[in-house]
Design a protein around this ligand. Sequence first.
Ligand code: AMP
Length: 213
Amino acid sequence: MKKLSVIFLGPPGVGKGTQSKIISGHFGIPHISTGDMLRAERAAGTPMGKQIQSILDRGDLVPDNLVVEIVKKRLAEPDCAQGYILDGFPRTVVQADVLEAFSPTALACNLTAEVPALVERISKRRSCPNCGQMIQSKSSGEERCPNCSEIMVQREDDREETVRNRLRVYAEQTAPLIDYYDRIDLLVSFDGMRDIDMITGEIIQDMERVRGR
Ligand code: AMP
């Protein structure tokens, strides 16, 4: 059976995190989110966390060398031996080149959506500071986590100004990876605005096809 080394491409807010978590549970392989790892560094106040704080808040990209080091270390851990879901990495051609030399990708899942829908979706996104659960906000008042009842908060970089910058950064630096993975025949694309379960079902089918090769 082929190793399920899978990456998720797509703009912020398209559902990469949601799908990655479900798919990771389905196949029993780790979900590796570079955004989560970088936010954890910041929250822990490590030297790297301090260095990247303002970059995260602006919605710009953290320098390639820093992210690449974190990812290489994580992919070398034993739980990645059968495969992994990379969510939010690679985000530049440099990162993709390093990844493909270090641990070749078996499938690149590209989720798509139009910008206005993304802005709307992200500005309603709330996350749980305790367990990381995400929801779409339904009211302007206080909302509690469906898992652990903590008060839900808006991520600093989910505010509209920052969202627009993140979308710009995505278009300039990350969108070229769609062509990159298409050219090496690893790309599958899904309309990210449809029903979550429907998208999950299609991704699972593609991953089973790849695994059985
Ligand atoms: P995300 O949670 O994937 O939207 O990532 C949140 C933020 O973390 C991004 O806006 C970037 O500042 C940073 N980040 C995450 N992944 C990467 C990456 N592969 N390269 C550079 N910066 C990243």
